[in-house]
Design a binder for this molecule. Structure first.
Ligand code: NAD
Length: 384
């Protein structure tokens, strides 16, 4: 095979966005051959030039594709991903790979024994040269032992119109969460990519604080790591202007990434060593301000798809193995579970217990999006 035939399942925002990468010729050695969506209207503009299907199963079994990109709402990623893998196709699944840990395990299990099939997930922020450099600095020990991490990522502003744009959005039954399941899988994925998973989580969430939704649109989470390091993760879709400030404090110094600007203040003497050895009551380790050169280039979806194609054709190492996608979901689930129970949650998370609790939330939900949207105006008053 010297060209990959690709099908996209779910032709909404992201499905159309990915199709455009092919239209613009950004993806080499691959061709978009088929699309699928349960909404006939979503297929209209593709009917003349591509094979169109009104179900994922029909596309997967059509013989028209070697690989699929799954861009449906989150809950469907699991069943469609399992079906495509079992039918021998290569799979790129959108983030989050599934809604909860147990579903992630089911999806990942379908790839076991099928390693010849490429299985990746679209965490495109991993293509950022800055994040790749931070990962190398951490793994290279440049920061020494990590002691504290803090990410204030409140620049995910979303309007009420956004939440009204699709029925599945921001409901327990349709999305399984809010900002933690939709916007923040990228940041939670990078948190685990940089620091691994914490051992304990204490989450505080506000449900529909700024929007007429039933799920979380504001989160503050405290994280504790196996080495004793601590972390705070703060996010919301209701703040403008927002902040994007990642702070990593290590024994060797501190790295701050704020709105793309990087500062690295390096200790001449590791702070732990200095602390133990100095005779100076009020002294601090001398520091150097270090410039961190980062190659140009930004975050790129086409680079993720090209890596998927190159992995299929040449065995190129994947930027993201889809199996890693369980980690950002476990973190999101643990924060939500902690907020629901009002207790600190130990990791690894009990996936079955979480799934049961989520199902209970869905069953117990009396939330009506239409009513909430209709009365959205009254929300404002509640802040004053
Ligand atoms: N990587 C990213 O940065 C990024 C950006 C946007 C969305 N996403 C992810 O993509 C997914 C879709 O989000 P969106 O904003 O495109 O949603 P959307 O509502 O705009 O589009 C989803 C489409 O899937 C279709 N669909 C629903 N169920 C289906 C099924 N069973 N089979 C076939 N088609 C089906 C819907 O009709 C709709 O056209 C979500 O999981 C989201 O998290 C990722």
């Amino acid at each position: 095979m010297n060209e990959v035939r690709i099908g996209i399942i779910g032709m909404g925002n992201i499905g159309n966005f990915h199709a455009n990468h092919f239209f613009k010729g950004l993806i080499k050695r691959a061709r978009l051959t088929a699309v699928a969506d349960v909404r006939p209207a979503a297929l209209e503009r593709y009917r003349n030039d591509y094979k169109t299907f009104d179900s994922s199963g029909a596309l997967i079994r059509s013989g028209e594709v070697d690989a699929v990109i799954i861009g449906t709402p989150h809950y469907d990623h699991t069943a469609i991903g399992i079906d495509a893998l079992e039918q021998g196709l290569h799979v790129m699944v959108e983030k989050p790979i599934s809604v909860h840990k147990a579903d992630c395990e089911r999806l990942i299990a379908a790839h076991r024994g099928r390693e010849a099939q490429v299985f990746t997930a679209d965490f495109q922020m991993r293509t950022s040269p800055t994040y790749q450099r931070i990962k190398r600095l951490i793994d290279g020990g440049e920061l020494g032992e990590i002691r504290r991490v803090n990410w204030i990522i409140t620049c995910w502003f979303r309007s009420n119109a956004y939440y009204a744009s699709s029925e599945w959005r921001a409901t327990w039954g349709g999305e399984g969460g809010g900002v933690l399941l939709n916007q923040c899988p990228h940041n939670l994925d990078l948190m685990q990519f940089f620091f691994g998973l914490p051992s304990r989580v204490r989450g505080f969430c506000n449900w529909g604080k700024y929007h007429p939704i039933e799920v979380e649109d504001e989160v503050t989470a405290y994280l504790e790591y196996p080495n004793g390091a601590t972390g705070v993760f703060i996010t919301t879709t209701g703040e403008a202007p927002g902040s994007d400030r990642l702070e990593i404090a290590g024994d060797q110094g501190k790295l701050i990434l704020e709105n793309g600007a990087r500062t690295f203040t390096r200790n001449e003497i590791p702070s732990g060593k200095f602390c133990r050895e100095t005779r100076d009551l009020f002294g601090v380790p001398p520091v150097w301000n270090v410039q961190i050169p980062v190659p140009t280039g930004g975050i790129s979806h086409p680079a993720m798809i090209q890596n998927f194609v190159n992995a299929i054709l040449d065995g190129e190492p994947l930027i993201v193995r889809a199996e890693e996608g369980i980690r950002s979901i476990e973190l999101a689930n643990a924060i939500l579970y902690s907020a629901w129970t009002g207790a600190t949650v130990d990791l690894p998370l009990d996936g079955a217990a979480y799934e049961a609790a989520l199902k209970q939330k869905i069953a117990g939900s009396t939330f009506s999006k239409t009513v909430a949207q209709a009365t959205a105006g009254d929300m404002e008053k509640s802040f004053h």
